[in-house]
Design a protein around this ligand. Structure first.
Ligand SMILES: Cc1cc2nc3c(=O)[nH]c(=O)nc-3n(C[C@H](O)[C@H](O)[C@H](O)COP(=O)(O)OP(=O)(O)OC[C@H]3O[C@@H](n4cnc5c(N)ncnc54)[C@H](O)[C@@H]3O)c2cc1C
Length: 470
């Protein structure tokens, strides 16, 4: 029997996968007995914010991930199709119908028992009775404390505010310059800087977006007039001064940002030989170097306004956002330190982490990790070995990233083509390159599924090479 703690996107998908393989599952969900700060219903797989599962074409990594999940028989994908609402090239759903579909499918499955209770400590597990922890970013305090005991306090992260991340290729390189503060990486100087969260401490190379006074004032004005999302009380409590959202800093005074994350000191623009009036720094954010985060730019501005305001930064006029800045509590383990690419805890293989708690970011990614964790827990319970999908697939690349990224700077990531191994002979055209990566991924997934004897689920309706593809 498999015990799954948390009936969100990951836990629900994991339960479905395990039960579909004939293994009995007990799914523990604490709602409605104990609510979270953001969930509003007692339904399984409730979407806490947007109703979008993002892009649904194969030229988009999350579109590829979804297609792979469909082939692997994902309940989340099936429910999403059944509750789909018009959203152009994206897959958006009627959130009530979506959660109802998942809840109904699991409640009526003869091998799934749903227990409404808060689990206070990680349950005992053995290889024949594995446990999956899928309690999400808002894991209850008691369980979070027990997980902290398992992984060591320093490995369980609580992030209150996160900075936006942009796609490297969408940065206008003619407007930015690469340098670290005080040219430290060249000259070995050590210059202490202020306490602001994530501000360049003089280590490593950054892309710097220099601003003139006029550009700064235009940006500042847009920032202080942008619409902010609501912060839940728990977030306020956990806010700390060194990590304030940029708009909060901006409201303290017109120059506050210039003495914090937009400090120009020590950054000389090689094209002018001068220090700019203000600078926004971009730091490489992923293994492949195709994501850059805006350093110290944690924000709770609503996403539409956020894109508009941040595109006023020189070099980011056409920025594509991989992740927007957000303020919320986020509990996750340091995947590279403790997880295998099968989503098992390396030191305790009968225990799995899945979903946001395992260190992925996003609805689809959470469900994808739950899918593989459920599949592998079922394998263990049946006396078989766990396995990981090839790294060339989106679902395999996600697991590889979580288990192999740099643990010292680990942050949850969405799926992107950047975390998949490059092609041997990539087409020069960007769209064709992405489609070639997707084609390789699906071929490798099919071969892996055939080797493992997995039945293939229903492939996408209109999600594959769509009419708008070249
Ligand atoms: C405020 C907020 C907004 C977000 N918005 C988006 C967005 O718009 N798009 C996006 O792609 N991602 C978003 N995310 C990130 C992430 O994709 C979602 O949090 C996603 O729901 C994670 O899936 P999960 O299964 O890991 O966790 P969840 O879906 O949160 O499921 C975890 C479940 O575990 C239960 N639980 C917790 N503790 C216990 C316990 N001790 N015992 C029993 N049950 C327990 C919870 O009640 C919950 O049902 C957001 C996250 C937050 C916090």
């Amino acid at each position: 029997m498999i015990r799954i703690v948390g009936g969100g996107l990951a836990g629900s998908e994991a339960a479905w996968q395990a039960a579909s393989r004939g293994v009995p599952v007990t799914l523990h969900e604490m709602r409605p007995v104990r609510p979270t700060a953001v969930h509003k219903t007692d339904r399984l797989a409730e979407l806490v914010c947007s109703n979008s599962f993002r892009g649904d074409k194969l030229d988009n990594a999350v579109g590829l991930l979804k297609e792979e999940m469909r082939r692997l028989g994902s309940l989340v994908m099936r429910a999403a199709e059944a509750s789909r609402v018009p959203a152009g090239a994206a897959l958006a759903v009627d959130r009530d119908l979506f959660a109802e579909t998942i809840t109904g499918a699991l409640a009526s499955h003869p091998l799934v028992t749903i227990v409404r209770e808060e689990i206070l400590a990680i349950p005992d597990s053995t290889e024949r009775d594995p446990v999956i922890i899928a309690t999400g970013p808002l894991t209850s305090d008691a369980l979070a404390a027990d997980v902290a005991r398992l992984v060591g306090g320093t490995h369980l992260y609580f992030y209150d505010a996160i900075s936006p991340i942009v796609l490297a290729e969408s940065i206008d390189r003619t407007k930015v310059f690469r340098a670290s503060r005080w040219s430290r990486s060249q000259r070995g100087l050590v210059e202490p800087v202020g306490p602001a969260c994530g501000v360049d401490d003089g280590e490593g190379d950054y892309l710097n977006c220099p601003m003139t006074r006029e550009e700064y004032e235009r940006f500042y004005d847009a920032l202080v007039h942008a619409e902010s999302a609501t912060v839940h009380d728990f977030d306020k409590e956990r806010f700390f001064e060194g990590c304030l959202p940029i708009e909060v800093m901006a409201h303290r005074g017109v120059d506050t940002l210039r003495f914090g994350p937009m400090k120009p000191v020590g950054l000389v623009d090689p094209r002018t030989g001068r220090q700019a009036y203000a600078v926004v720094q971009l730091r490489q954010d992923n293994l492949a170097g195709d994501h850059f985060s805006l350093v110290g730019f944690q924000t709770q501005i609503k996403w539409g306004d956020q894109a508009r305001v941040l595109r006023l930064i020189p070099g980011l006029e056409s920025a594509e956002f991989v992740r927007f800045g957000m303020v919320h509590r986020n509990t996750y383990v340091n995947g590279p330190d403790m997880l295998a690419d099968t989503w098992q805890v390396r030191a305790r293989p009968s225990l799995f982490f899945a979903g946001q708690m395992s260190g992925v970011e996003g609805y689809v990614e959470s469900a994808a990790s739950g899918l593989v964790a459920g599949m592998n827990a079922a394998a263990l319970a049946s006396g078989e070995a766990a396995s990981a999908a090839p790294r060339t697939t989106a679902i395999g690349a996600l697991a590889y990233y979580v288990s192999h990224a740099d643990p010292a700077h680990y942050e949850p990531s969405n799926i992107t083509f950047g975390i998949m191994p490059p092609l041997a002979n990539p087409p020069r055209d960007k769209m064709r390159r992405k489609l070639a990566l997707a084609e390789r991924a699906l071929a490798d997934l099919d071969a892996w599924m055939a080797r493992r004897g997995f039945a293939r689920g229903r492939a996408a309706v209109g999600s594959a090479l769509g009419a708008d593809q070249p």
